[in-house]
Each structure stands twice: as C-alpha cells, then as structure tokens.
Ligand binder design. Structure first.
Ligand SMILES: [Zn+2]
Ligand SMILES: [Zn+2]
Length: 122
C-alpha cells in the first residue's frame, strides 16, 4: 500500500471530506476476489473455496477492528478495551501519524510490536 498502491491508499491518510475514500476500493477488490474464488470452488470444495473463505474471514476481522473499532466509521461499538485491542489501536494511530508515503510505521494491523503493549502499562 505504501508502494505502487500509494495513489489509492493515500486517501486513507489524507482524508478530506465525505464518507467514502478511494482506499475503500481495496475492500471491493479483495471482496470481489473472495466471491469469485468461493464461487469457483464451492462445488468441489477445493483450495479456491478455502482461500476465498480465508480472505473473507480476514476481511471481516479487519473491517471490525479497523473501520468499526479504530476509525469509528460505524458507531456499532464503543472504545476499544482490553490489552490487545488498545495496543492495536495505538499502533494504528502511529501508522496514521504520517500523511506521506514514506515514514509510516506499524503496517500490520493484527500483529502489534511489543512496545505498544508495554506503553499500555503506563
Ligand atoms: Zn497506510
Ligand atoms: Zn486506518
């Protein structure tokens, strides 16, 4: 995302106005790939079906953590609580500290560097 796809992903770092951002295209892209794979593999329940399920599962977890809990695009849930969720939210806040392609940190959403757990203790 912070390489060749920056043109699309930067709309998530430099959000101006409106509900949707160009970065949401990734949701449609990965969702579309998952649907096609599930559709192609559903009869024989082969690897395509399970890869499609995996993409869907990751997408669902990512959506709830990133869009609902961290960015509050949907007001379904309150503030993140629990040690893991607080560390995830803090790491992602650091990821958003830069509005540029370079200098961003904490790229993985679900796997958080240890320091974010340590800082939680203060
Ligand atoms: Zn980013
Ligand atoms: Zn974000």
């Amino acid at each position: 995302m912070h390489g060749v796809l920056w043109k699309i992903h930067k709309t998530h770092h430099q959000h101006t106005k409106g509900y949707f951002e160009l970065n949401d295209l990734f949701t449609l892209l990965f969702g579309g790939i998952a649907i096609v794979l599930i559709f192609l593999g559903v009869e024989s329940l082969d690897y395509r079906f399970w890869i499609g399920c995996g993409i869907s599962g990751y997408g669902t977890v990512y959506f709830i953590l990133h869009d609902v809990l961290i960015h509050k695009r949907l007001k379904w849930l309150g503030r993140p609580s629990g040690r893991y969720m607080k560390a995830v939210a803090k790491a992602h806040r650091d990821h958003h500290k830069t509005k540029d392609c370079d200098g961003a940190v904490s790229f993985g959403l679900l796997i958080v560097p240890r320091k974010y757990y340590r800082e939680e203790g203060k």
